[in-house]
Design a protein around this ligand. Structure first.
Ligand code: NDP
Length: 318
């Protein structure tokens, strides 16, 4: 008899096929049909695979739930403390996406600094012919780059920065054994930086950690790159600072109310925008999907999991 699995969100067909070899899969129905579905099937469900977190009400409507395997390293849309208290193990997909997200951060920085997107438009719109050579940009070489969140991805970003002759500095909750200067105060780090790259988790602990004071400390020549979560940056303060020329530029993969992006950013040549695609390549998404399925398969096999989130480390057998 197969165990029953709740599937939240849309993943690739191959994942669904793989999950169906081991579980009876129940996609979470739309809101209007949800209560009836949960009343009918909730008690049978022991596992969950999610692409978009899980509401705590849904988790609590599954009394026999044992494991939530989440696609992505960030799990701010899952109350992992609550899950752990209930004995439910949450797993995520760390490490397999480090390189892709680090590349995205560098891409956004370079594109913003050298106006890649604005100048692509300059060529396509025939402005090169009409207006002549485009204005000069600012070199990314030899800059001081601050990493907000020197974790797995933050370190992969730092590893890439040597190529640009950068001086790397960082701010995290704790100081690390690394050859970069640690700033216990984010505003002080922003003052010292030409570029600030955000790569912390989202959630309450980091909400608006990049506020107006941090943005002003980065200043009119500074570039802010956000590949973390939209909630990390006070977006209203960011837009205002860009409009008033108090910040030099921004490269943004994530937004506070995504997929809604402030329209004020659309016309700005010093801003590069991406639709939350930090890890979105065929290769990396495949690796993430495999890890999501591997965690579930391992759990079925012997109760162990491969990559539990830290909140569940004490209750997970690895
Ligand atoms: P890690 O847990 O390895 O690193 C997180 C880092 O953030 C740690 O250095 C941690 O500090 C620091 N941090 C946490 N809270 C705070 C805080 N309140 N103030 C300062 N620093 C803090 O995570 P990963 O590197 O694997 O991933 C980081 C995040 O990247 C994910 O949670 C996700 O939100 C985002 N991400 C975005 C993607 C995209 O598509 N744009 C794709 C993948 C991830 P300390 O070590 O001191 O605890």
């Amino acid at each position: 008899m197969k165990q029953h699995l709740l599937l939240i969100g849309n993943g690739p067909a191959w994942m669904r096929e793989r999950l169906e070899t081991e579980f009876t899969v129940h996609p979470l129905p739309p809101e209007a049909e949800r209560a009836a579905f949960l009343a009918d099937k909730g008690a049978a469900i022991t596992a969950c695979c999610t692409f978009s977190g899980i509401a705590t009400e849904v988790m609590d409507a599954l009394p026999n739930l044992k494991i939530i395997s989440s696609y992505g390293v960030g799990y701010d849309s899952i109350d992992a403390d609550h899950a752990a208290k209930r004995g439910v193990i949450v797993t995520h997909t760390p490490n397999v996406l480090n390189d892709e997200v680090a590349d995205t951060a560098i891409l956004l920085w370079l594109a913003t600094s050298r106006k890649l997107v604005a100048y692509d438009r300059y060529v396509r719109e025939g402005r090169w012919l009409k207006e002549g050579a485009a204005p000069l940009t600012t070199s990314p070489e030899g800059r001081t780059v601050g990493i907000l969140g020197l974790g797995r991805i933050g370190q992969a970003i730092a590893d890439r920065l040597g190529v640009f002759g950068a001086t790397v500095v960082y701010h995290s909750r704790t100081e690390k054994d690394v050859p970069y200067t640690f700033y216990p105060d984010l505003v002080e780090m922003a003052k010292a930086c030409d570029v600030l790259i955000c790569i912390t988790p989202g959630g309450a602990g980091t909400k608006h950690i990049v506020n107006a004071e941090v943005i002003d400390a980065l200043g009119p020549q500074g570039i802010l790159v956000n590949v973390a979560r939209g909630s990390v940056v006070d977006e209203t303060a960011l837009v205002k600072a860009l409009q008033e020329g108090r910040l030099g530029g921004a490269g943004l993969d994530v937004f506070e109310f995504e997929p809604k992006v402030p329209e004020a950013l659309f016309a700005m040549e010093n801003v590069t925008l991406q639709p939350h695609v930090g890890s979105a390549t065929h290769e990396t998404r495949r690796a993430m999907g495999e890890l999501v399925c591997d965690n579930l398969s391992q759990y079925l096999k012997d109760g162990r999991v491969l990559t539990p989130v830290p909140e569940c480390a004490a209750i997970a057998k690895v």
